[in-house]
Design a protein around this ligand. Sequence first.
Ligand code: BEZ
Ligand code: FE
Length: 295
Amino acid sequence: MATQDLDESSITDAVLARMRRAKSARFKKVIGSLVRHLHDFAREVELTEAEWEYGIDFLTRTGQKCDDKRQEFILLSDTLGLSTLLTQMNHRSKGGETEQTVWGPFHRVKTPKFPLGANISEKVRGAPCFVNITIRDAKGKPVKGAIVDVWHSDDDGFYDVQHKAWNGAMRMRGIFNPDDEGRVWFRTILPTAYPVPTDGPVGELLKASARHPMRPAHMHFLVEAPGYDRLVTHVFNAGDEYLDSDAVFGVRKSLVRTYEKHKAGVAPDGTRMRKDFYTLEYDFVLRPVRRSKAR
Ligand code: BEZ
Ligand code: FE
């Protein structure tokens, strides 16, 4: 066959043709589309060689910033809105079930279990907050065998893992089993807004985009139960100044609640509180696993 001079436009089909013997149809679809969009992107912006060199250096440094505690590529996906796009596409809401949002990097696998009513933030400075939630199905029936995993930031906007002086101690996080009515209640402190990590390439990107790095105050909830889709979500604090500009685009109206402020007095668990405290209530609705139709 005669040698062909590939040009700015024919190069795309040439690359796609080179993959034609790939075994997986899904691979061909995904990677083929990626090649087409990458080429279209370069053509659209007339990407210069200096810009692509910078881009390669940026991606290299993004990888180098990753370790067992830090995942800069996920942060990149979050801040570019890709994580939220994927969450929305993969969890299209149908029957009133609680909406999903981003997972974030601060979940820990060996979180301790607590009995109902426990304080998961003993000796941590912050405004006391009493949380009462329920785990039900769309018909309001308590979900049996659920596990509720909670984690959140402290009064200074840090997660426990970010406090070097805490030496890995687990605070502001815990796992609970709901009672027979699907209820979970516990005591903690009020979470505050915080910046996503900005000391890496993602921070550079945010700065160049004239964007702030803040996330509105929230508690994370991961709820798992046999026969139901895993729920990964947050409950945001209504009135937070960053609700409309979350650095990772994770806010959903249905996930915003007032963390009610109360004057010193008797708390929901009967404790006499000498300082003001907060309460949060939320009813989580799980979606049954969709069974794939027999072929
Ligand atoms: C978080 O909510 O913990 C979080 C989510 C995405 C990026 C950084 C932090
Ligand atoms: Fe968070």
